[in-house]
Design a protein around this ligand. Structure first.
Ligand SMILES: Cc1cc2nc3c(=O)[nH]c(=O)nc-3n(C[C@H](O)[C@H](O)[C@H](O)COP(=O)(O)O)c2cc1C
Length: 347
């Protein structure tokens, strides 16, 4: 017997559309840069036009071979990867992958990575000249060779410099992708917003390590690697929450998202869109399951739009029913995130 509270819900029309800064998406579910490659392989599993947006692997100016093996290892709740920036470089990307991506009907977001601020600017300029690219995501979890290899994403000033340089060389929306290995994510988020970021994405993979106790060697050739998958979901969620409270630009969240429930957690915390990364390896159809699961979730909760979830987290002492239909997590009509001040312990 069907639950009376959900009876009739099957046929209820729901909208998954989201406005993501300047981008209009048919749904808030993207793929994360890296695990999706440049998309061709996944096109065999599902119609890529069902995604909210496609985000491709980091592209560098020159071809990059990536790191030596072993560079991937499974962990109890995810994986470690040290792929590096393996990619064919800007010209190779244009020749090998862009024609396929240009055939898609959904926004294509190109992720770029550089060793200097100037490289980000040059990539931004070159990619802006190409048709059908919707936005540029900046992977700033990269060593800045001008500053002793310190990652751009761990210093607010250099992260801001990357965004500023890109904005000066492109009319496309720029999305800095924040690294989690920082003392204050809000400081980083405010710095890139101030520098002109149109959107913010987070999190890139935090550092992790595994040791083989039989050989006494690290399981990854480069010793430390990026940890991803369910293991980092609580970390990603906390950093997303802190970020949306601090900035006005919309936030794209990722880190361990593999189901509609995972996605709903991030949307409730205030993310405007989500990306599926590591989950693709276990199930290439994971993003489709997230999209379909979100539709079912909305119907089950008798909500008409996915935006009804965004930022609706109920805090101690608040009550959605009692506080009115818009709920406690009021979304700023001007396009910002939460407009309520931070609780004192988070401020
Ligand atoms: C194998 C692999 C390769 C990745 N490559 C990139 C990359 O090229 N550029 C980038 O910005 N992030 C890269 N990432 C990070 C993911 O985009 C994502 O931020 C992170 O894995 C957290 O999401 P997840 O837990 O859903 O995978 C990579 C992650 C994995 C697992």
């Amino acid at each position: 017997m069907s639950d009376p509270s959900t009876r009739g819900a099957q046929s209820q029309a729901v909208s998954l559309e989201v406005q993501l800064g300047p981008l209009r998406l048919r749904n808030p579910v993207m793929v994360a840069s890296g695990p999706f490659g440049f998309g061709e392989e996944y096109g065999r599993y599902f119609d890529l036009n069902r995604l909210g947006a496609v985000v491709v692997k980091s592209v560098t100016l020159e071809p990059t071979p990536g790191n030596p093996p072993p560079r991937v290892v499974a962990t109890p709740a995810g994986m470690l990867n040290s792929i590096g920036w393996q990619n064919p470089g800007l010209e190779g990307f244009k020749r090998l992958h862009l024609p396929f991506l240009q055939g898609l009907e959904v926004p294509v977001i190109v992720n770029v990575a550089g060793y200097t601020v100037d490289e980000y600017a040059r990539l931004a300029e070159a990619l802006s000249a190409l048709p059908n690219i919707a936005a540029l995501e900046a992977n700033i979890s990269c060593p800045n060779v001008e500053h002793g290899g310190k990652a751009f994403g761990t210093d607010p000033a250099t992260a801001a410099a990357v965004v500023r340089a890109m904005k000066n060389h492109t009319g496309l929306p720029v999305i800095p992708k924040l690294a989690p290995n920082v003392t204050s994510i809000t400081e980083m988020a405010l710095a890139v917003e101030e520098a002109g970021a149109d959107l913010i994405s987070l999190i890139n993979a935090p550092l992790g390590m595994a040791v083989d106790t039989q050989t006494w060697r690290p399981r990854i050739a480069r010793v430390v690697a990026g940890l991803s998958g369910p293991a980092i979901k609580p970390l990603a969620l906390a950093l997303t929450w802190q970020t949306v409270r601090a900035v006005k630009v919309p936030v794209i969240a990722m880190g361990g998202i593999g189901s509609a429930e995972d996605a709903a957690e991030f949307l409730l915390a205030g993310a405007r869109a989500v990306a599926v990364g590591t989950a693709l390896f276990a199930d290439p159809l994971a993003p489709i399951r997230v999209i379909e699961g979100l539709e079912a979730y909305l119907r089950q909760h008798r909500l008409g739009r996915v935006t009804d979830l965004v930022g609706r987290l109920i805090l101690e002492g608040e009550d959605w029913e009692r506080d009115g239909a818009r709920g406690p997590g009021v979304v700023d009509p001007d396009g910002g995130n939460h407009v309520r001040p931070l609780p004192p312990d988070l401020g």
